[in-house]
Ligand binder design. Structure first.
Ligand SMILES: Cc1cc2nc3c(=O)[nH]c(=O)nc-3n(C[C@H](O)[C@H](O)[C@H](O)COP(=O)(O)OP(=O)(O)OC[C@H]3O[C@@H](n4cnc5c(N)ncnc54)[C@H](O)[C@@H]3O)c2cc1C
Length: 611
């Protein structure tokens, strides 16, 4: 395969170099303890050290950490190794393949340095972070390729197919299910970093569609769309560090999905490069011509090919965007209200309901508010307690948003507020909504802080019916806490409803505990199994939006029946006969399924080496 090398402007610093390699998000944003007070503070690129005065006490109480209430308690430090102290096996050699690659790609598009290989080995699950922090980097890809165009991806996939090279597409690497990790070391493996394919190619204001290169990350996508007066409206918690391609490949869901839909509702058509050719779709507004093939690729997590360009539905940048806070006396009141909202003709852009434990966490996450604001809060609390009989242990915070033309927003807001008042909700005005909007990407940063201090936190999410919602919520919380407390380990769990539908919701759990003595992954695996089994007990889906990757593979044969697994296997064999596209993801291998080969998940028991 010869030449036609094109000259592209060289990126000064690639995105993977600007994102934490051993944690979540922006390298300039993190939680830390102020000295000598021990108060936890958040540093952001804009602001240095914003103290969060109640957070330390909250963590101490919920995870039973030793120390007196009003004195700084010393947190045990469990720092991460640094890149220079991590051993990574040298890349495998495949001169014939690399020679052909080099004939087509610029040197700057091919990377095999240590940082590039480490950052392309893992996503951002707790399992990933535990391993990378202790330097357990196995099966790192041999090479990272950064294509600029659909044509370059085609050339790359053709070459990989010819030379039997494993290809793993990577967007932001933000998945938390082991989706981009090479799971074996037997073949030459390349990670295809899509993030240089970051352009909105065109916007059609008449059809309200846009054609977009899918390596684009959330903020850049919205920036380019806003210039043309439109927005996609997909805003997952990982928005800042995930890509359109990743969203499509994992069936992602964003905060405002109640109004704009999940990613599959927004996707009109896309190009997918597979080892046996490029698949294109001719979907317009709708297609009734048989199976809608887009659903074969959506959620395929790079196992069938690489999505390069997508035509997406867009909407006008909303004229009004209003978000409000409410307090409900109990979780049951909140659930009843949102079910009534969903069964009415009105749909807010977002309804989020935090259970009592997550509500307390939100209260603990606030910067100091000043005496007037503190006084007002105290008065509101008294009013709710004495006049409205709210018991603060059970109170649930809710954030509800409306977007669109002003008149439409006014109509929806009035109708929704009416339902809320009939369900004992107390309106807090727009300040909590504004705070939510400003700080909505902050919470995940707590995980690195906890890992640095001998604790851990993880999440689980599912779609559950209204009928089973409250039973699942109660059972999961009780079972989780009991399981750990029976072993003498403090444990904390909370949940929120993050996405709503007419026939169910996404229920999202966050749970935390102290690391065990061995600092291994036993607790993580226990928690993962416990939560997934409880979710299944109540008919929940294996995932509402996190996907499958490798971490959920052990449950796939319980979730999807044999017939579906076989259909997928035949499809994969046809499209990718050499199994080069992200192998061993999504479904168990036949050996795993027949218990002839253990799931990777069951054999990991990573020990914490001396740091
Ligand atoms: C803090 C945090 C918050 C999160 N919040 C949300 C949330 O609110 N909603 C949500 O949906 N998810 C959330 N996630 C999960 C994750 O962000 C999503 O799964 C996201 O869609 C992944 O996008 P990515 O670009 O990072 O993909 P990656 O992690 O790079 O890849 C994910 C999978 O997609 C495949 N892939 C990537 N690009 C392509 C492509 N172009 N063609 C084919 N396959 C491809 C990869 O091979 C891999 O299998 C969160 C994760 C974190 C860490």
């Amino acid at each position: 395969m010869s030449g036609e090398k094109k000259e592209y402007p060289k990126e000064q610093v690639d995105l993977y170099q600007q994102i934490k390699w051993n944690g979540w998000g922006d390298t300039r944003k993190f939680l830390h303890q102020l000295k000598p007070s021990g108060t936890i503070a958040m540093t952001t690129p804009e602001l240095s050290s914003v103290p969060l005065p109640s957070l330390r006490g909250f963590i101490k109480k919920e995870l039973s950490l030793p120390g007196e209430e009003d004195k700084p308690f010393v947190l045990e430090e469990t720092p991460s190794l640094q890149v220079e102290n991590i051993h990574v096996d040298p890349p495998k050699q495949y001169p014939e393949f690399v020679r052909e690659l080099k004939a087509f790609f610029l040197a700057d598009q091919l990377k095999d340095d240590k940082l590039a290989r480490i950052t392309h080995t893992f996503g951002k699950s707790l399992r990933d972070l535990i391993r990378v922090r202790i330097g357990q980097v196995k099966n790192a890809p041999d090479l990272i390729v950064l294509p600029h165009s659909h044509e370059e991806v085609e050339r790359l996939v053709q070459l990989a197919h010819k030379f039997n090279v494993v290809i793993i597409p990577m967007g932001g690497g933000s998945n938390i299910v082991g989706a981009i990790e090479p799971v074996s070391n037997d073949r030459y493996t390349i990670s295809i970093d899509m993030r240089r394919m970051n352009k909105v190619l065109w916007v059609d204001r008449r059809e309200m569609t846009a054609c977009i290169q899918v390596g684009i990350m959330g903020p850049e996508l919205e920036k380019q769309l806003h210039k043309q007066g439109v927005s996609l409206g997909h805003d997952p918690d990982s928005f800042e560090f995930s890509t359109l391609g990743g969203w499509l490949a994992t069936c992602s869901s964003g905060h405002q999905s109640d109004k704009y839909g999940d990613i599959e509702d927004m996707a009109v058509s896309f190009k997918t490069v597979t080892p046996t050719g490029t698949l294109e779709l001719r979907n317009g507004a709708r297609s009734g011509a048989g199976i809608n093939y887009k659903h074969i690729i959506l959620g395929s997590e790079g196992t069938l090919g690489i999505i390069t360009e997508a035509v997406m539905k867009v909407h006008a940048v909303p004229q009004a965007a209003e978000y409000y806070g409410f307090l409900f006396p109990t979780f049951a009141h909140a659930v009843s209200a949102l079910q009534q909202i969903r069964s009415s003709e009105v749909i807010p852009t977002m309804i989020r309901v935090y259970d009592p434990e997550e509500t307390q966490l939100s209260f603990a996450w606030k910067p100091s508010k000043g005496p007037i604001s503190e006084f007002t809060s105290a008065m509101v609390k008294k009013y709710l307690h004495y006049i409205r009989s709210f018991d603060f242990k059970n109170v649930c915070l809710s954030i509800i948003g409306f977007e669109g033309p002003k008149k439409v927003v006014d109509f929806h807001r009035t109708s929704v507020f009416d339902i809320l008042s009939k369900n004992a909700a107390f309106g807090l005005g727009s300040t909590p909504g504004k705070t939510w909007a400003e700080k909505r990407y902050d919470l995940p940063y707590i995980r690195d802080f906890l890992l640095d201090h001998n604790m851990w936190v993880d999440v689980a999410e599912t779609t559950v019916s209204y009928a089973n919602l409250q039973s699942l919520w109660k059972d999961a919380k009780q079972t989780f806490v009991k399981h750990f407390k029976d072993q003498g380990i403090p444990a904390w769990i909370c949940a929120h409803i993050s996405h709503t539908y007419s026939n169910g919701v996404c229920l999202y759990f966050i749970f935390a505990s102290k690391q065990n003595e061995n600092k291994d992954m036993a607790q993580y695996i226990e928690a993962k199994k416990l939560m997934t089994d409880i979710i299944f007990k109540y008919g929940g889906s294996l995932s509402h939006h996190h996907g499958v990757g490798y971490e959920h593979v052990p449950w796939m044969t319980r979730y999807a029946t044999k017939g579906w697994i076989n259909i997928y296997r035949s499809l994969k064999e046809t499209i990718d006969p050499k199994d080069i596209c992200n192998p061993r993801k999504l479904i168990p291998s036949i050996k795993e399924e027949n218990n002839k080969e253990p799931y990777l998940f069951d054999v990991i028991n990573v020990k914490h080496p001396k740091l």
